[in-house]
Design a protein around this ligand. Structure first.
Ligand code: GP9
Length: 432
């Protein structure tokens, strides 16, 4: 309805507040890290830091750490994490969003930065066709996609190109962007090595694991994320050496979980390891870190959020206005009230995580059979009291799907923010 569009318009207008415009005229470098879960942050494994470089980045006086950030992906996994982060729209549950909406009109992060003079490139050390990235990146607003074929390498780990090669050579592409003109740039990098099943030969193992964890899913994951962390550390040091670091904003987040809570055996193992019940809220918790060199801003922000909120959060920092598009997320730095995330993978539509509650819709989709857990006590509570939040989660997803299916941003942008809703045919959106 017109009311819905107006509400989204208001949501899209970011209010001035904390961190506003600190990134103006700076480059933006975003690292999307494969399978980076939040539980490894600040974790010590028998006296060894699992992610020393990420921990150092979080401790930096110029960093803000969002520790209640949860994954939001659909059929397109990693590529949906990109899609949601850039566009602040829910991912599709029918096909990977990059396939289904390849030719839609978007006004996401790359576009708004381009409108402000930036050049936007994406970098990823895998095949350019995978997840339909090469084709989808055009409508997403990327001007160039540096993919596997643009990197030199002799060895691979697991899925493909090693993060060491990827991150070292990406510095050269970043320098190229920096030297192109006087304008700032947007570099979006997606790492790969810490991909399931996390197996690497021993020469890459940097942690001493005890016998219990050696060659297990958890042990391999810890080794693998420790490896990636090492090269993220080197990447940041290289940025400092080039002088690009001080002129940039650096944002880093995990794309999705590494270890699932849906298999009983794995869940028990994780609960024992972490000393707390390993449920969806721990599994889906990924970190978001934003670093603005030179600013004294150190803080941990515990507002619940997800990649849906990345675009408005980063736009508040970059200081540019989104005057053409619509977003569903919120600026996590300044938003007040009870924000929530409404996952549709691993949990069904209508499920949500907010500050107090983990609400999991039952497999049969019947509301009354759902499970609600008080996050503070870990105890199950009466579900009926959450009917409103459950309906809100479904409504938000449906609105986003309607906009994507009808390619409404195209109409919206072509008519300078006006939409004649009567001209749109009705479409059926399933509630499950
Ligand atoms: C491959 C990489 C992995 O390009 O992004 O994707 P995933 O399998 O995690 O979705």
């Amino acid at each position: 309805t017109e009311e819905d569009i107006n509400e989204l318009k208001n949501r899209t207008e970011i209010q001035e507040g904390k961190l506003s415009s600190l990134g103006k005229d700076r480059n933006l470098i975003v690292l999307q890290v494969e399978s980076l879960q939040n539980f490894v942050i600040n974790m010590e494994y028998e006296g060894q830091e699992v992610t020393p470089n990420l921990n150092k980045l979080i401790k930096d006086s110029s960093s803000v750490y969002y520790d209640k950030y949860y994954q939001l992906i659909g059929r397109g996994n990693t590529s949906d994490a990109e899609f949601v982060s850039h566009n602040s729209m829910y991912p599709s549950m029918e096909e990977p969003s990059y396939v289904q909406y390849e030719n839609n009109k978007f006004y996401g992060l790359p576009w708004v930065l381009r409108d402000n003079g930036y050049t936007a490139w994406a970098m990823h050390g895998y095949k350019k066709e995978f997840w339909n990235r090469e084709k989808a990146y055009i409508a997403q607003g990327f001007q160039r996609f540096i993919s596997e074929e643009d990197y030199e390498f002799e060895e691979t780990i697991g899925f493909g190109l090693r993060d060491e090669d990827f991150l070292k050579q990406s510095i050269e592409y970043i320098k190229e962007m920096d030297n192109m003109d006087e304008n700032p740039f947007y570099a979006f990098l997606i790492t790969l090595t810490s991909h399931a099943p996390y197996k690497m030969s021993e020469e890459y193992h940097g942690l001493n694991l005890n016998e219990k964890h050696k060659d297990t899913l958890l042990g391999n994951y810890l080794q693998s994320i420790h490896y990636t962390d090492k090269y993220i550390g080197e990447f940041i040091e290289s940025l400092k050496e080039t002088g690009i670091y001080e002129e940039s904003v650096i944002a880093l987040y995990g794309d999705h979980f590494a270890i699932s809570s849906t298999q009983k055996e794995v869940q028990d193992m994780m609960s024992e390891f972490l000393g707390q019940h390993y449920d969806f809220d721990t599994m889906m918790n990924i970190p978001l870190i934003i670093n603005i060199p030179g600013e004294t801003i150190k803080e941990t922000i515990s507002t619940v959020g997800s990649p849906l909120d990345f675009y408005p959060t980063i736009m508040n920092i970059m200081g540019y206005k989104n005057e053409k598009g619509l977003v569903f997320g919120r600026d996590l730095t300044n938003c007040t009230g009870n924000n929530f995330v409404a996952p549709q993978t691993y949990m069904l539509k209508g499920s949500f995580i907010d500050e107090d509650t983990l609400f999991v819709v039952s497999r049969d989709g019947i509301f009354e059979h759902s499970r609600a857990v008080n996050k503070k006590t870990g105890k199950e509570v009466e579900v009926e009291q959450f009917r409103e939040q459950y309906e809100k989660a479904i409504e938000e997803i449906n609105k986003s799907e309607f906009i994507l299916k009808k390619d409404i941003l195209r109409i919206y942008m072509e008519n300078n923010g006006q939409i004649n809703l009567e001209q749109l045919e009705d479409i059926q959106i399933e509630n499950k």
